[in-house]
Ligand binder design. Structure first.
Ligand code: UFG
Length: 339
């Protein structure tokens, strides 16, 4: 059995990836400092798969703690999610974002080297493309400076990995996600945003009555209905891509020491199309009002995932309707916990 370390394994995409890894027969170690996650997620993972992953509360900024972990465990591959991810907060606290996201990354890479470990998967984002000039976005699309410090930690993170890979014998894959949505089928795990940053948590909190209405940020973009276009990809599909990526490295099938893959559904949806999809999938109504454009928002982004299809043998499988239903299940599950 191969041992995979998942940093940030109690977070949204991380927890779904832990499940997918366990179901694929990997032994999973989780490191998470609970800065944006809850310990109950660990129990929920165990309830879903019947296997308890080994969990450590380690702050990746603490190199000594990271080093001790790696010295005492035999790790075959690392999937590095642990990072802050709120775009607006990163604008207000850029140094906190650079310190956390980049120092954590560098400490893990350093410990890999110190312990002669290989096989690193990086959790990146389509934000590295900024507002791309052409759609859909493939991996050859030129990168632009991301709009936010958060986004820039992903771009600089990729550059750090690239420079590190050049002077070592290590192999890495950077996975650039588009907009993750949905939850595992029981709705036990999801995107826990008490104060939402993203569209889906705003829709969910409006549906459940925590918010009176959803603000739709701008209806004067040059798109089908004037609202901005994004590529919404199911989190379970994203999780599967991580399993395929780590397996590719373990099997030595990667074609270069550092590879990049776009992970999206391949379909662009407007904000209003997502609202309608949510309403139809769950048979309810969402109050919304048109608000001014949100600073820093791009007009459109959607993926060309053909490289992931040909090289990783990955493609998105979950229809948007199912993602909307599992997301709603997750919100209802949360309310049960709060009651
Ligand atoms: N939106 C609304 N109302 C809301 C929230 C969002 O209309 O209450 C709109 C946004 O303006 C945007 C779309 O919904 O047009 C999606 O917004 P999100 O905040 O959900 O997602 P973004 O595409 O802005 O951000 C995502 C990731 C970031 C990443 C960024 C760029 O969440 O981590 O893509 O890749 F940096």
């Amino acid at each position: 059995m191969k041992n995979i370390l998942v940093t940030g394994g109690l977070g949204y995409i991380g927890s779904h990836t832990v499940i997918a890894l366990q179901q694929a027969g990997f032994n999973v170690y989780i490191i998470d400092d609970l800065s944006n996650s809850q310990l109950e997620v660990w129990e929920k993972i165990t309830a879903i798969t019947g296997v308890q992953p080994i969990y450590y509360n380690i702050d990746l900024k603490d190199y000594n703690a990271v080093s001790v972990f790696f010295q005492s465990h035999k790790i075959d591959g690392i999937i590095h999610f642990a990072a802050y991810k709120a775009v607006g907060e990163s604008v207000a606290k850029p140094l906190m974002y650079y310190r956390n996201n980049l120092l954590g990354l560098m400490n893990v890479l350093e410990a890999m080297e110190e312990n002669q470990l290989d096989n690193f998967i990086f959790s990146s984002s389509c934000t590295v493309y900024g507002q791309a000039d052409t759609m859909p976005i493939n991996e050859m699309t030129p990168l632009k400076r991301p709009e936010s410090p958060y986004g820039n930690t992903k771009k600089v993170g990729e550059e750090i990995i690239e420079d590190f890979i050049k002077i070592t014998d290590k192999n890495a894959i950077s996975l650039r996600y588009f907009n993750p949505v949905g939850s595992e089928s029981k709705g036990l795990l999801g995107d826990l945003q008490i104060i939402p940053n993203n569209l889906m948590p705003y829709i969910l909190q409006t549906a459940v009555g925590i918010r009176e209405s959803l603000g739709v940020f701008g209806n004067d973009y040059e798109t089908r209905d004037g609202t901005a276009v994004r590529d919404y990809i199911d989190v379970n599909d994203l999780a599967d891509a991580h399993v395929k990526a780590i397996q590719r490295l373990l099997d030595g099938k990667n074609k270069s020491k550092l590879e990049f893959f776009n992970l999206g559904s391949g379909t662009g949806s407007t904000v209003l199309e997502i609202v309608t999809a949510f309403e139809q999938a769950n048979n309810l109504k969402i109050n919304y009002e048109i608000k001014p454009r949100r600073a820093g928002d791009i007009v459109q982004a959607y993926a060309d995932y053909s490289f992931a299809k040909s090289e990783l043998d990955w493609e998105p499988k979950t229809p948007l309707q199912i993602s909307m239903q599992t997301a709603w299940k997750f919100q209802q599950q949360l309310d049960k916990v709060i009651e």
